[in-house]
Ligand binder design. Structure first.
Ligand code: NCD
Ligand code: ZN
Ligand code: ZN
Length: 345
């Protein structure tokens, strides 16, 4: 049995850090294990312009623990007013690595997102020219569409038309949750990839709903049927270059989750790597964890693989049940099984 595994330090290609006191409370959890993370821009108000991304990056760097070399990679929040030239300048300066598309109303803090996709055509064309990826929250918001079908509907109704109109656009289907999404990425060539979260590799919709509603398993896109979870596990453990880790670790204080109308988001920054090692070990795929967590994302974003390395050791992993923040405790995602892999520097 494999007892230890050394890989280049992983990156998290989809992370919510928030701002202010919450940022300071959760950032150490990501900085401990990850070298870099792609920081989501859904603050209130959102990070829309290059100047806002610059200021947000400075606040993240100022909040880093002493001596940490964690690098935040920034994204811009796409709105119908986004200026293509502001985006291009930010990309050329190396300030932003992607632009994020939220269909208006699809998820947490998405009210400023896109309603009319024709109105962002100019930005998307500019991004295609310079090779800047578009990261998409891939769910339609049409109230007629069942929440469990919203990702599959997004592929047909939104993503396929965007890609047909802008064939050179590079796209990341964020937090893919369905076998349709996995198949779409597999068939889509080199310009499309998908991030997969740790929690969607663990839970299906029964975990969320059977025996009582589990607010800490509620996230968007919502966990689907078991056959979809199996498709995600197969994709993540395949080593295929189009699939890589984006934890979507998304802190909400417990009072906002354990509520009559609970917020969407799972907080996995503290234990995502231990969870992944467990899943990959069960699949007999530990040798491909490196591709998923450390290599494929860097290749897609055309960045070097991290020079430093981490070692995962087969020994029980301890992680806090909750992170204390001035806004109240944030519950760490409970995979429902004990974790046998610990990360050491
Ligand atoms: C995210 C959040 O809380 O910001 N929540 C979630 O359930 N995934 C937003 C998102 O990534 O859609
Ligand atoms: Zn999302
Ligand atoms: Zn997210």
């Amino acid at each position: 049995m494999t007892r230890s595994l050394t890989i280049p330090r992983p990156d998290d290609w989809h992370l919510h850090l928030r701002d202010g006191a919450m940022l300071r409370a959760v950032l150490p959890e990501s900085a401990r294990h990850f070298a870099r993370a792609l920081i989501m821009p859904n603050l209130m108000p959102p990070v829309v312009t290059a100047a806002e991304a610059h200021a947000y990056r400075d606040r993240i760097l100022a909040a880093l623990p002493e001596g940490s070399s964690f690098a935040p990679l920034m994204t811009l929040y796409l709105t119908e007013e986004t200026d293509p030239e502001d985006v291009a300048r930010a990309a050329n300066e190396g300030l932003v690595q992607a632009v994020k598309l939220y269909p208006a109303g699809a998820t947490t803090n998405s009210a400023s997102g896109v309603r009319d996709f024709d109105r962002v055509r100019g930005v998307l064309e500019r991004m295609a020219e310079i090779g800047l990826p578009l990261c998409v929250h891939g769910e339609v918001t049409d109230p007629e569409v069942d929440i469990f079908d919203r990702e599959a509907a997004f592929l047909d109704r939104v993503l396929e038309p965007i890609r047909a109109a802008t064939p050179d656009l590079r796209v990341v289907l964020e937090h893919v949750t369905t076998e349709e999404g996995v198949a779409y990425v597999r068939e889509g060539g080199r310009d499309i990839a998908a991030t997969i979260t740790a929690h969607h590799l663990v839970i299906n919709r029964n975990h969320l709903l059977v025996g009582g509603i589990r607010p800490h398993y509620y996230c968007l896109p919502v966990a689907k049927r078991e056959r979809h979870r199996r498709a995600l596990v197969a994709a993540a453990t395949s080593g295929e270059e189009g699939f890589f880790l984006g934890t979507d670790s998304a802190p909400h204080p417990d009072h906002a989750k354990e509520s009559a109308c609970g917020c969407a988001g799972c907080f996995t920054a503290s234990n995502a790597l231990s969870i992944l090692a467990e899943i990959f070990e069960r699949e007999g795929a530990l040798g491909r964890l490196e591709a998923f967590a450390s290599l494929n994302g860097a290749a897609f974003y055309r960045l070097p693989v991290n020079g430093s390395r981490i070692t995962l050791t087969r020994q029980p992993s301890e992680y806090p049940a909750k992170i204390d923040t001035p806004d109240g405790p944030v519950t760490v995602f409970d995979p429902g099984f004990s974790l046998h892999w610990s990360v050491s520097a």
